[in-house]
Write a protein that binds this ligand. Structure first.
Ligand SMILES: [Zn+2]
Length: 396
């Protein structure tokens, strides 16, 4: 069963009927609704009954290969040192009965059920596991092609220099990862400039983007981001680099973080946040005001680092809006570009990747993160209650 006509969808203040071109995966026609379509659920047509249209969400920081979804509960240990935590995670992952491919499918299905149709996943590589996780995720990416758009970051979780991961990173980039990852050039590798230089050498050699995990605090972190922005400009990589977490931007003064925000804007470096509650985070309102590209991601979901997270980007967007006191209509709406690449007002020819939710309007939807009635990806029904009711998820 395929749905090619959805009637009475709420877009802005009106009700509209949408036609879907399944072959192209796009919205082929949008017309004002007429009452005759009320209650009509026949063949390939559905009555949305006034459900609100939202663009599908984008999760720009996830780890497909290292969660425990679907596994028996595993108690965590206190975080004392980063190397200790890394060893703990490695032993936990080695004990899992599932392959990285099975874990990736579980998490992708969860993300689709919430309405996420594009992700950036970091995938662990190191000299012990080699690129085995990456090969699994590359295979799963093919299985979901056309349904879940997946960017892959080769991630030297054990430290790029510390764990001697440069050659395995080259293997990963050769195999198909399109981003060079990294973590804490100071805190883990203890060589900020050397670590960043090697990272950008890898990105140049493989024409890759860069996405760096950065937890290093205060002015140490600030220096690292500033160097990262310089190297982005030198390499001509503006628009293809990002710093994830960047807690330091919430630890220095507002004047200091504004100055760095202006450098990020000038050099087109994005900041990606998981909206942590338990530590300082970048001043997203300041970054947005300065024109910096900001994305939101789930990061850890039930893994060795955190038992929290459910992969719901609409809920995470609501958390961000609440944290920064975005209660006015315009403020609520400015959350969407952080969690989605799609428009709130679709036009004919746009990708048919959207969510239908019970909400009065898009402002209400971001504030309340309601249940997903339907999720469409590339024109196909991919999640939500409609898919469950049909006992069919059409991407399978
Ligand atoms: Zn991460």
């Amino acid at each position: 069963m395929s749905i090619t006509q959805i009637n009475r969808i709420r877009i802005n203040e009106g009700l509209f009927d949408l036609s879907i071109d399944l072959a192209k995966g796009v919205i082929s026609r949008i017309t004002p609704s007429h009452n005759a379509s009320a209650g009509v659920n026949t063949g390939d047509a559905r009555d949305a009954g006034g459900l609100q249209y939202l663009p599908a969400t984008t999760d720009m920081h996830i780890h497909l290969d290292k969660h425990f979804l679907g596994e028996p509960w595993r108690p965590l240990q206190p975080f004392i040192t980063l190397p200790g935590q890394l060893a703990f995670e490695k032993s936990m992952l080695a004990s899992l009965p599932t392959t990285a491919a099975e874990r990736a499918r579980r998490l992708i299905d969860l993300l689709l059920s919430h309405g996420t149709t594009k992700i950036r996943t970091h995938v662990d590589v190191d000299p012990q596991i080699g690129i085995s996780h990456l090969e699994d995720v590359l295979q799963v990416r093919e299985e979901y092609r056309g349904i879940m758009d997946i960017e892959i970051v080769a991630f030297p979780q054990q430290g790029l220099l510390r764990s001697d991961s440069v050659s395995v990173m080259k293997n990963a980039l050769r195999a198909g990862a399109e981003y060079v990852g990294g973590v804490d050039p100071a805190g883990l590798d203890r060589q900020v400039d050397r670590c960043l230089d090697v990272t950008f050498e890898l990105s140049a050699e493989f024409n890759a983007g860069v996405d760096l995990h950065l937890h290093d605090p205060g002015h140490l972190g600030l220096y690292t981001i500033s160097r990262f922005a310089d190297l982005t400009a030198q390499a001509g990589k503006g628009g293809r680099t990002a710093v994830s977490h960047a807690y330091c931007l919430g630890q220095v003064t507002e004047a200091e973080s504004r100055e760095l925000a202006q450098q990020l804007k000038a050099n087109d470096v994005a900041i990606i946040t998981s909206v942590p509650l338990d530590r300082p985070m970048p001043r997203v309102d300041q970054l947005v005001a300065e024109g910096v590209t900001v994305h939101v991601g789930s990061d850890n979901i039930l893994d060795a680092w955190s038992p929290f997270g459910n992969g719901d980007l609409l809920a995470r967007g609501a958390k961000l809006a609440e944290k920064f006191g975005w209660i006015l209509d315009d403020q609520l709406l400015q959350t969407y570009p952080l969690i989605s690449a799609g428009p709130l007002t679709p036009k004919e020819g746009d990708a048919a990747s959207f969510i239908l939710v019970p909400a009065a309007n898009a402002k209400h939807a971001i504030a309340s993160a309601p249940q997903r009635e339907a999720v469409f990806s590339g024109g196909k029904l991919a999640g939500g209650k409609w898919a469950e009711a049909a006992k069919e998820i059409s991407y399978r």
